[in-house]
Design a binder for this molecule. Structure first.
Ligand SMILES: [Zn+2]
Ligand SMILES: [Zn+2]
Length: 612
């Protein structure tokens, strides 16, 4: 191997690190990435689809970085100048030989030794994630959005130092819930979100499903309610069944043995249909109308929480599940009125708890002792941690009532994820604008969240900086200034609000939009090309949305003041035009862009066919 000047400089130090004899010192000095003539990429003859794809991802990105496209082969005829991707006989018999086939599903190992590189991990995702980790760590690649990957050019003499690194992601379930990930599963995979796609090429999903509302499907009131109203919640002397929408209208009576029988049978049926499932939800619907019949109420009273009757029920289902599916866990939400753990009932060893932080403040981190909203959540998290070893988190990361409003929570994401991991969460669902693309700074947020879920040790502020600089280039400074304004003002306002709110709820008003428009205009002037200009324009939607808050909050039948109408209408028009241009389909979790446009036309006394 040719030893470059830079390589020679670090030779002595590396020899010590490698612990290799003097004959290997030359090899130990590293690999010159600009000199890869005669190298190839080796995949196993029986490689799984995600390992083959990992090899092609490596090949493409290395080509972009070095201008050299290494051939992909399955057999080797020499001992060196190979990049081994994934488990293979060739890797096992090589000088870097190791067997990754028994590693856990997402663990990875990167070895740089002599004139070989090996990247391999547990099937089905470890190798593919290993390639992305290598591209980030060793080539400085950054997967920013589905259509922007930053690949720096490898300079002459750039040396890849000898290494033997392993990585075990602390979270087995990582869900950054943005429409961008559903629309672009290849991108979601690159940022190691493991909950999006079943495609074997992309390594599939984790077998652990999101624990979510389930009773509405397991014991529907439309099916059972008429004949057996006693299966459903008793509230104020009345059984809530049948109802139009179980999810928001009723809960089952959890102390009724027939309800246990029906739900258990449904769970076992579902598991038979999905033999790969690692867990299944047995969970409350999305309302607070839990049963208050004497039996349920007595149990809840004794346990100090409606989780008393729920967990007793979930444990009973889990006991049945274990007989037929000893490796499957039963998950339930600790959400809203069931967040507080019961006094004496304990989750069975095969029960998972998904703890929901919906009451917590968007502006302040959950760890912030000065915020009055998060203390009770921290108490519950600590208590659940003492009685359950399989906790996941449902955390809220957007303003669900107003997807496009500036949302002052960017500074909380790193401390929140770290806090969850430090408190033994195994999975984190970062719920955000999953049913649209183009929510406020969704590209930045998805990047930040996904990278922190994969590695909670990363620095959130540095990740934001990195994204702003690489995505907006010369236009980054005014955008940074806008984000700082939003966060500084929300924090200084002394307001505390969870994930549903108006601009005023977060201590902001339309003036933040007006100042934002000036800053985005400055950013557009600084943008070096059309691509960056479009990115800036897309990001500016949130400033328009804030600037039209005065008319947004009016009812469509309200009488609009003429001065306000004249001031707002061009901004409203621009807001809807930009949303259409950038594929934004929802203004909130429940309301579409089309519905909102219709309301605005009524407010401005326009016909449906007229344009704003
Ligand atoms: Zn009951
Ligand atoms: Zn707060």
């Amino acid at each position: 191997m040719r030893i470059q000047r830079t390589a020679l400089l670090c030779r002595v130090a590396l020899a010590a690190v490698c612990g290799l004899g003097s004959a290997s010192v030359g090899f130990c000095a590293g690999i010159d990435l600009s000199q890869l003539q005669g190298w190839d990429i080796v995949v196993g003859e029986s490689a799984i689809p995600s390992e083959r794809y990992a090899a092609s991802e490596f090949q493409e990105h290395l080509f972009e970085a070095t201008g050299k496209r290494l051939p992909i082969v399955t057999r080797t005829d020499r001992q060196e100048r190979h990049v081994f991707i994934g488990a293979s006989q060739a890797l096992q018999h090589s000088p870097v030989g190791f067997d990754s086939s028994k590693m856990p599903a997402e663990d990875l190992r990167v070895v740089v030794r002599g004139e070989n590189i090996a990247i391999a991990g547990g099937p089905p995702r470890g190798t593919l994630y290993g390639v992305y980790q290598f591209l980030e760590d060793d080539l400085g690649v950054r997967f920013l959005t589905f259509d922007q990957t930053y690949v720096p050019k490898v300079s002459r003499g750039a040396v890849l130092k000898p290494a033997d690194r392993t990585y075990h992601p602390p979270l087995v379930f990582r869900f950054s819930y943005y429409g961008e990930n559903f629309a672009h599963p290849e991108f979601a995979t690159r940022i190691r979100v493991n909950t999006i796609t079943n495609q074997p090429k992309l390594g599939g999903k984790t077998g652990r499903a999101l624990i979510s509302h389930s009773f509405g499907a397991q014991i529907p009131s439309a099916q059972y309610g008429k004949e057996h109203p006693e299966y459903f919640a008793l509230r104020n002397g009345k059984r809530l069944a049948p109802v139009k929408d179980d999810w928001f209208g009723t809960e089952p009576c959890l102390s009724n043995p027939d309800v246990l029988r029906i739900v258990t049978a449904q769970v076992l049926k579902d598991l038979q249909a999905h033999p790969q499932a690692e867990n299944i939800s047995v969970s409350q619907n999305d309302n607070s109308k839990y049963c208050q019949c004497p039996r349920c109420a007595a149990l809840d009273e004794k346990e100090g929480s409606p989780m008393g009757s729920l967990l007793t029920f979930v444990n009973a289902v889990a006991e049945q599940v274990e007989r037929e599916h000893p490796n499957v866990k039963v998950g339930t939400l600790a959400y809203w009125y069931t967040r507080h753990p019961p006094k004496t009932v304990r989750p069975r060893h095969n029960v998972q708890i998904q703890l929901c932080s919906i009451e917590c403040c968007l502006t302040h981190a959950i760890t912030d002792a000065n915020c009055p909203l998060s203390g009770p959540f921290r108490d519950d998290m600590r208590k659940w941690g003492q009685i359950c070893d399989d906790i996941a988190i449902w955390n809220y990361n957007t303003n669900f009532s107003n997807y496009q409003l500036p949302c002052p929570n960017l500074r909380t994401i790193e401390p929140n994820i770290r806090y969850f991991v430090a408190n033994h969460a195994k999975g984190v669902f970062m719920q955000a604008a999953g049913n649209t693309t183009g929510a406020e700074f969704s590209d930045l947020r998805n990047y930040l969240i996904s990278r922190l879920l994969w590695n909670p040790e990363l620095n959130g502020e540095a990740l934001i900086e990195e994204f702003l600089n690489l995505h907006y280039g010369a236009a980054a400074p005014p955008i940074r200034q806008f984000l700082q304004l939003v966060h500084d003002e929300a924090e200084a306002s002394g307001k505390h609000k969870n994930c549903f709110g108006t601009l005023a709820n977060f201590g902001l008003d339309a003036s933040i939009g007006e100042r934002g428009l000036k800053l985005f205009a400055a950013a557009e002037r600084l943008a070096g090309d059309q691509t960056v200009r479009r990115r800036v324009e897309k990001a500016s939607i949130c400033a328009y949305r804030a600037a039209i808050e005065p008319s947004w909050k009016l009812n469509q039948s309200a009488t609009l003041d003429a001065t306000l109408a004249a001031q707002q209408r061009p901004l409203v028009k621009r807001f809807f035009d930009l949303c259409e241009k950038y594929g934004v389909t929802q203004v909130s979790e429940r309301r579409s862009m089309t519905e909102r446009l219709k309301m605005y036309k009524q407010l401005f006394s326009l016909k449906e066919t007229e344009s704003l």
